[in-house]
Design a protein around this ligand. Structure first.
Ligand SMILES: NC(=O)c1ccc[n+]([C@@H]2O[C@H](COP(=O)([O-])OP(=O)(O)OC[C@H]3O[C@@H](n4cnc5c(N)ncnc54)[C@H](O)[C@@H]3O)[C@@H](O)[C@H]2O)c1
Length: 305
């Protein structure tokens, strides 16, 4: 199989990530079929695709005409047979549950052509956990996106049974859809960027949870030295404190680390009160104009000099 043989992309799960990945594939000239279990999910996705098109146009990434053409290449269906019959490349973005992902791949293994490549966009699992259940382990790997609106970095993570030819095809596909592939040489929970950022979050949470410094001062230290527009708590606000808490709590239980347990407990009241970050207008900071975005946040000097 050559990269030119990949023409039709099946997106399984039309939520936040399925919409973004599907749109990026369509923008890059692929025919995209978006599959979900319920019509109302697809209706919501259709609305969000319009927003994505606007976002791309506003960022100068697309003109009105090319956005309309991209949208025209996306078909939506709740019929798995229709969805999978002609797929050459599958990108799965159903909820983060290994049993569900395994079931979905087993279902599409029966439907999709034998040559089709299967990829998962999982955030926290590794592909070997479900490779056997896909029915085509040698044609399966993780292909993980971040927020497609703001970054082009993607992770490509094969499992020991993935065929090298398939890994190379996924890399070629990533380049064809305008992404920057980070090639993992072995499986790693959290891939590359997420593995690093989780360590930063862990340190920042421990500093706050142990009363060493305030949330603002921790961010100020990071921003002031690294010259970044956001610190770790600002980033957690943009991801969603509920999501960060879930991951922290999950790993605290698995590794039985008292500090991580303390970190999760530090975040829990924010989650319980619905202070989830940007999406709810309040998290560690008040949004949409968080204190860290003020020009004098780091220096304390009006104007920021
Ligand atoms: N949200 C993020 O920032 C992000 C980033 C990278 C990776 N991920 C990963 O991507 C995956 C999806 O996350 P999301 O945020 O898009 O979730 P989401 O909840 O927004 O969307 C999931 C979609 O899957 C659909 N679905 C459920 N069961 C299905 C089935 N059996 N067949 C087909 N569709 C089904 C749901 O109806 C929903 O539309 C997860 O594995 C997540 O860890 C998320």
């Amino acid at each position: 199989m050559n990269i030119e043989d990949i023409k039709t992309v099946l997106i399984v799960g039309s939520g936040t990530m399925g919409q973004q990945i599907g749109f990026q594939c369509a923008v890059s000239g692929f025919d995209v079929i978006m599959y979900d279990i319920a019509e109302e999910m697809l209706a919501t996705a259709a609305g969000r695709l319009e927003k994505l098109a606007k976002n791309y146009k506003a960022g100068g990434r697309l003109t009105g005409e090319t956005a309309a053409a991209a949208r025209g290449r996306i078909t939506m269906t709740t019929d798995p047979r229709k969805a999978g019959a002609n797929a050459d490349f599958v990108s799965e973005s159903v909820p983060e549950d290994p049993k569900l992902k395994a079931k979905v791949f087993a279902q599409f293994n029966e439907i999709c052509p034998a040559h089709a490549i299967f990829t998962t966009n999982t955030s926290s699992l590794i592909p070997s956990m479900i490779a056997a259940q896909t029915g085509r382990p040698e044609r399966f790997a993780a292909f993980h996106f971040h927020d497609v609106r703001v970054t082009r970095i993607v992770d490509i993570m094969p499992h020991p049974g993935t065929s090298p030819e398939v890994t190379a095809l996924i890399e070629a596909f990533a380049l064809k859809i305008g992404q920057i592939p980070i090639m993992l040489k072995k499986e790693n929970f959290g891939y590359v960027f997420n593995a690093m950022i989780m360590e930063l979050f862990k340190s920042a949470q421990a500093l706050a949870a142990n009363g060493v410094a305030s949330v603002e001062d921790i961010d100020r230290a990071w921003m002031g030295v690294m010259h970044t527009p956001t610190g770790p708590f600002g980033i957690m606000d943009s991801i969603g404190i509920d999501t960060v808490w879930k991951v922290t709590d999950y790993w605290a239980k698995i590794v039985k680390d008292p500090q991580q347990t303390k970190n999760a407990a530090f975040m829990k009241p924010y989650v319980d009160q619905g202070f989830l970050g940007e999406k709810t207008g309040r998290g560690f900071y008040a949004h949409p104009h968080p204190a860290y975005a003020a020009p004098d946040f780091v220096t304390g000097v009006p104007g920021g000099k």
